[in-house]
Design a protein around this ligand. Structure first.
Ligand SMILES: Nc1ncnc2c1ncn2[C@@H]1O[C@H](COP(=O)(O)OP(=O)(O)OP(=O)(O)O)[C@@H](O)[C@H]1O
Ligand SMILES: [Mg+2]
Length: 673
């Protein structure tokens, strides 16, 4: 600071002293500005307004003494830069100490010596300049520091946001249902998420540093992996379905999308794979397709079997007539016998088809599975031969189920015969029964299974077992792996149909060379349903009668056949081709008939409607339905309503004759309309 710009502030309560000071400073520093005041408070204001280079301060002043003025100056960040020189008349040591303690920078004793004063002022001005420079520097530094700090804060927030985002992404990846796998450019695993651990059974630690080859199932060939690597290493994203192997050795199917990750220079640094386990989805889809296929085949088979039944009924009956009309020694008798045998075989086939398509007519009653199995073992041991041992593991409590006992026996027989065929070198067949509480796991795997407690019958063998491919098709009609003539492929179809129609499920578990276990589940029945079967003592009953029978059948050849059987058995027969015609015939007849024998499925009025109408008019005592086909008019889902008399087509002459007697001689409430 140039001397001519020197600024001095003098504070003294004696104006004379100020005048002297002003003169001395003016002389020593020409051009210097000297501000003066007699009041300490005003002195502070002047210091602030003028920013002097030095303050000359008297100690003893009335309003505010010099110590206090100094203390206040030194308490201010800016004002404390101004050096303060105390002026005092006393040589008192204490006042000097006090002055220094108050923050004073110099001390002059009055009367002032001119040379000393000017020297002090000059020195103080230098200190002030130095202080100010220092202060400015500090201030600049402070600005700089605060700017830096601010910049850092900002940066810090960015980092925090980035960190939060990273955490969010990591949480998402950690909790994603999809498998996420990151490898380095060589394919070594660097990251695997929990979904990976869950699906594959490997822990992250077990696979880090390894390649995804640990999952290799052998189900894809080298070319498959070649194209995968070809695609991703050339920068393309690859997406395919593939089968991999879990740690426990089981397979799973996944949809896999693998993409290369590039750095700024376009080099591949990582690969990221996102995979979805679709094993369960495929299983459900497959199950659905399979049941749809079975349904469609069932409809077809059922339709064919229905028409076949009518034809077979005629063939059987007429062949029977021919044979019965021929003398015992006639060579044609044997031929007619052959026709009957062939027709029987065809009848069995159609019945199996109807069973498969769940259109068989069942007569269910509550049976104890244990008893059926127990009763059958002797017969089974004859069927399966000596090389195979039969064992039973029966539930101690009765295993009650509502099924057609004859059909259940058929089921067990078919399964046992299959087991026999699977054990050509002998083995063991085990029949096991159990009662199961409704099990969530079981019903999840088999959604059609009824809820609640179940009766389970397992038929287990130690035979050849099956591959997955065979297992998938065994219930299809005509699917057989047996050589021509050995099997028709209808055994399990029949089992399937009977079990399904009875409200149950059949499952199989088998592996090649490990035998097979067929499990049949049926709802556990309460022992309340009565045995609705008519008494079986009618076996030796007469086959002829003299009652009047109205026969209604739309198929002409069957109508003629029926009429012939009935007439030859001694009955008076009225015949009609439709419901409407039947009502007219009855009107003309003028009195009620003893029995209405009617087909169920007819164009126009159904057999059921006709029977109900005739019953309403009280024109027939009893009704016998004939059908080869389940129809809801008389049977619900193929299960006969109680109190309804029914004959299954195709029937033989004998069967019809017997049935007529059974119906006419039995209680009327077992042959309702
Ligand atoms: N216990 C079993 N062990 C191994 N394979 C079996 C077993 N049961 C059935 N199979 C397989 O299922 C196929 C179908 O059986 P299914 O009973 O329907 O027909 P089939 O026995 O071949 O002929 P059919 O029973 O009409 O005489 C068999 O050919 C066989 O391949
Ligand atoms: Mg079979």
């Amino acid at each position: 600071m140039a001397e001519n710009k020197l600024k001095v502030l003098a504070i003294d309560d004696k104006p004379d002293n100020l005048t002297v000071l002003k003169a001395v400073v003016g002389d020593a520093f020409p051009g210097a500005a000297v501000f003066t005041t007699t009041d300490g408070r005003q002195g502070l204001e002047l210091a602030l307004a003028r920013d002097p280079d030095v303050i000359l301060l008297d100690i003893v002043m009335p309003q505010m003494d010099g110590y206090e003025v100094c203390q206040r100056l030194k308490a201010d960040a800016r004002l404390k830069l101004i050096p303060v020189v105390f002026l005092t008349a006393t040589k008192n040591k204490e006042s000097r100490i006090k002055a220094l303690e108050a923050g004073g920078d110099g001390f002059l004793t009055k009367p002032l010596e001119e040379a000393e004063l000017t020297a002090q002022i000059r020195a103080m001005a230098k200190i002030k300049a130095a202080n100010t420079a220092q202060f400015m520097k500090m201030e600049r530094l402070e600005v700089l520091v605060s700017e830096r700090t601010r910049a850092l804060e900002q940066e810090l927030e960015e980092r925090k946001a980035a960190q939060a985002e990273r955490e969010k992404l990591m949480t998402a990846i950690d909790q994603a249902g999809e498998i996420i796998l990151i490898t380095d450019a060589e394919g070594n695993i660097e990251y695997a998420n929990p979904a990976f651990e869950k699906v594959t059974g490997y822990s992250r630690a077990e696979v880090l540093g390894k390649t995804p080859r640990v999952l290799k199932s052998g189900k894809q060939d080298a070319a498959f992996y070649g194209s995968l690597w070809g695609d991703i290493s050339s920068g393309k994203t690859w997406e395919r379905r593939m089968v991999n192997k879990r740690k426990d050795g089981t397979f799973y199917t996944e949809v896999s999308t693998i993409s290369p990750v590039l750095d700024a220079a376009g080099r591949i640094v990582n690969y990221v794979a996102v995979k979805r386990d679709i094993t369960e989805q495929l299983r459900l889809e497959n199950q659905f397709l399979q049941s749809q296929k079975m349904e469609a085949v069932g409809v077809l088979a059922g339709g064919v079997a229905h028409d076949f039944n009518n034809i077979l009924t005629a063939i059987k009956a007429y062949a029977g007539f021919i044979r019965n009309d021929l003398p015992p020694e006639a060579p044609m008798r044997a031929d007619a016998g052959e026709i009957l045998t062939a027709a029987d075989r065809a009848g069995t086939l159609t019945r199996q088809l109807l069973a498969f398509s769940r259109r068989q007519i069942l007569a269910p009653r509550v049976v104890d599975m244990n008893k059926i199995v127990g009763d059958m073992t002797k017969m089974l041991s004859r069927v399966i031969g000596e090389d195979i041992k039969i064992g039973t593991e029966l539930e101690p409590a009765p295993c009650l189920a509502l099924v057609d006992p004859g059909q259940l026996e058929q089921v067990v027989l078919n399964l046992a015969v299959n087991a026999r065929d699977a054990m050509p070198k002998g083995g063991k067949l085990t029949l096991q029964t159990a009662i199961l509480a409704g099990d969530a796991g079981l019903s999840a795997a088999h959604p059609d299974l009824p809820r609640g407690p179940l009766v389970c019958l397992k038929v287990r063998d130690t035979g050849t077992g099956m591959t997955g491919e065979v297992k998938a098709r065994i219930f299809e009609p005509f699917y057989t792996t047996k050589e021509q003539g050995k099997g028709t492929g209808l055994g399990l179809s029949t089992v399937f149909g009977i079990v399904k129609q009875s409200g149950g499920e059949v499952t199989v578990s088998s592996e090649p060379a490990k035998g097979a276990t067929f499990s049949i589940y049926l709802p556990l029945a309460e022992n309340t349903v009565q045995d609705i079967r008519a008494n079986k003592d009618g076996q030796a009953a007469a086959k002829t009668g003299s009652e009047t029978v109205l026969l209604v059948e739309d198929d002409e050849s069957l109508r003629r056949l029926g009429a012939r059987i009935l007439k030859s058995s001694g009955y008076t027969v009225l015949a009609a081709a439709s419901g409407a015609e039947a009502l007219t015939v009855l009107e003309d007849h003028g009195k009620p008939v003893d029995l209405l024998v009617t087909d169920v499925v007819m164009p126009g009025m159904t057999g059921r409607d006709l029977a109900l109408e005739i019953a309403r008019r009280k024109q027939a005592g009893r009704t016998l339905y004939m059908s080869g086909y389940t129809d809801d008019a008389i049977v619900k889902h193929g299960v006969l309503e109680p109190g309804i008399a029914f004959i299954y087509k195709p029937f033989t002459v004998e069967a019809l004759a017997l049935k007529l007697r059974e119906v006419l001689d039995g209680p009327a409430d077992q042959a309702k309309a």
